[in-house]
Design a binder for this molecule. Structure first.
Ligand code: IMP
Ligand code: MG
Length: 175
């Protein structure tokens, strides 16, 4: 199936918003140590760019899970593909995601972090598609609320490609 990609959010707009989020998070976590958990692979650029805009003590970990097969429709089943390296027990953690779609991935991950004994759990997502929510889930920090479109770039993929686009684009499928 053929498709084209049209710009939704430019590189400059992403940069500006990431700085704003960083400033807000720096304020909210003043005097605390923030443990950021990047959900691979989609959140890789967002997490690293955001972390640079946060003042104060920050630690990182990475995990990967999948709810999507090789398509644009969620399978509904979330599995952990790569687990954390550091314990989260007693830590103020922030789960950093690329996009919230159905909400299944993050509600699953939140529960996992609660079971692991995190002291506090916040969610920071670059993009939010609230129209698509199946499981009720609210993110504490949101970069951009977007319409119900399939998007790629700045970490987000379509069948593993287009993650390296510096902007976020809508995939227009040819009928
Ligand atoms: P959820 O569990 O349905 O909220 O799905 C979240 C995951 O689905 C994200 O981490 C993405 O990997 C993927 N996803 C959802 N919407 C999009 C999209 O528009 N473009 C690329 N990936 C998406
Ligand atoms: Mg994906």
């Amino acid at each position: 199936m053929g498709y084209t990609i049209s710009t939704l959010i430019t590189e400059e707009e992403i940069d500006r918003r990431v700085r704003e989020l960083g400033a807000q998070i720096s304020k909210d976590y003043e005097g605390k140590e923030l443990h950021m958990i990047c959900i691979l692979k989609g959140a890789c650029f967002f997490m690293t760019d955001l972390a640079k805009r946060i003042e104060g003590t920050v630690t990182f970990d990475f995990m990967s899970c999948s709810s999507y097969g090789a398509g644009t429709v969620s399978s509904g089943v979330v599995t952990i593909e790569k687990d954390l390296e550091e314990p989260v027990e007693g830590k103020d953690i922030m789960i950093v995601e690329d996009i919230i779609d159905t909400g299944r991935t993050l509600s699953f991950l939140k529960q996992v972090m609660e079971e692991k004994g995190a002291k506090s759990i916040k969610i920071c997502t670059l993009l939010d598609k609230p129209d698509r929510r199946v499981v009720p889930l609210k993110s504490d920090y949101v970069g951009f609320v977007i319409p119900d479109e399939f998007v790629v770039g700045y970490g987000l993929d379509f069948d593993q490609v287009h993650r390296n686009l510096p902007y976020i684009g809508i995939v227009n499928f040819e009928k």
